[in-house]
Design a protein around this ligand. Structure first.
Ligand code: NAD
Ligand code: UDP
Length: 323
């Protein structure tokens, strides 16, 4: 690895995506500083790294300034699941605004390159489909999702303003629904909910009629997209990183039931307010500028994720149908 980019700060490093990034860079021999306040992350995700001399863990909340010397900042700190980010909506806004200002201040002082983990949520309940980066979005500024959606939008604004005003070296990635090992059992997002429910033969909770769509990216594909964007010269983004394979939530439920061999039924719960109807990334920019596209089909990624949750739940074999 190039010595000039050897010191990597990963905020939100004990979370689902952040912990995979920590693994990636420790394996590359980089010096990794993982910063997390453990709101939705867990020490279990990074426990195996704690004795590695290339890895350093700092319990810290990014709404407060941080003084460390680094070359690259992957800024992921922010709860991503709707139940987590709505738990304390004001704190979610603070994390996105004050946290991003603090990390941009750090990047400016150290002349580090900084990448923001933004979200497909900046497109809101999109009226353009699939969503290209040029689409400005359709976001409710005063709803229960706004703390996150508008939080990410203002975080993107801050990134661009630091870039224009201070020449800060920035990268903006809009991440679409990503799943895989190390999602928390109680994360609340759809893939982990369905797998955990299916493995326990409990009803799968489909919100609404399940006709709403999402596009699911496997975690290792996402990590390679983030790293490719960080090391791309002369392109700030924003760039969409996601898997354009689009599935209805009902299709996902049926796939999970089939792959786990579960006896679970499907229950319909109320659709949350402002739940986007369709979501699918246009990844032509990532393909052209980064030479990146996802490699993992949904079934393959689901199988790996099912194995992970079987281990976490202490189930050695999946609950097969008896009849
Ligand atoms: P996650 O909730 O598992 O991880 C977020 C991490 O940030 C957690 O470890 C949490 O404890 C930490 N954190 C939260 N607030 C913090 C604060 N104020 N100070 C320090 N640490 C804090 O979620 P994830 O899926 O790993 O998402 C990581 C990032 O990627 C988030 O910024 C999220 O918005 C973005 N993203 C993820 C997805 C996805 O599908 N996974 C999609 C779009 C965007
Ligand atoms: N969803 C669902 N059952 C669940 C959790 C989520 O039907 O147990 C739906 C949710 O309403 C949304 C989709 O699945 O339409 C994706 O939800 P998630 O919270 O994973 O992500 P986001 O809404 O942020 O895309």
């Amino acid at each position: 690895m190039d010595r000039k980019m050897n010191r990597i700060l990963i905020t939100g490093g004990a979370g689902f995506l952040g912990s995979h990034l920590c693994d990636y860079f420790v394996n590359k021999g980089a010096d990794v500083i993982c910063v997390d306040n453990f709101f939705s992350g867990s020490k279990d995700n990074i426990r195996h790294l704690l004795t590695d001399h290339h890895f350093e863990l700092i319990r810290h909340d990014v709404i407060h300034p941080l003084f460390v010397e680094v070359d690259r900042v992957y800024h992921l700190a922010c709860p991503a699941s709707p139940i987590h980010y709505q738990h304390n909506a004001i704190k979610t806004v603070k994390t996105n605004v004050m946290g991003t200002i603090n990390m941009l201040g750090l990047a400016k002082r150290t002349e580090a390159r900084i990448l923001l983990a933004s979200s497909s949520e900046v497109y809101g309940d999109a009226q353009v489909h699939p969503q290209p980066e040029t689409y400005w979005g359709h976001v409710n500024p005063i709803g229960p999702r706004s703390c996150y959606d508008e939080g990410k939008r203002v975080a993107e604004t801050l990134m661009m303003d630091y870039h224009r005003q201070n020449k800060t070296d920035i990268k903006i990635v809009r991440i679409f629904n990503t799943y895989g090992p190390r999602m928390a059992v109680d994360d609340g997002r759809v893939v982990s909910n369905f797998i955990v429910q299916a493995l326990q033969n409990k009803p799968l909770t489909v919100y609404g009629d399940g006709s709403q769509t999402r596009s699911f990216c496997y975690v290792t594909d996402l990590i390679s997209g983030l790293v490719a964007m960080m090391e791309q010269e002369d392109f700030t983004g924003p760039v969409n990183i996601g898997n354009p394979g689009e599935f209805s939530i009902m299709e996902l439920a049926q796939k999970v039931i089939a792959l786990t061999g579960s006896t679970s039924e499907i229950n319909h719960n109320p659709l949350p307010q402002d739940d986007p109807v369709h979501r699918c990334p246009d990844i032509s920019s990532a393909q052209k500028k980064l030479g990146w596209k996802p490699q993992t089909p949904l079934e393959e990624g689901l199988k790996k994720t099912i194995v992970y949750f079987q281990e976490v739940l202490g189930l050695t074999t999946s609950p097969k149908r008896t009849s």
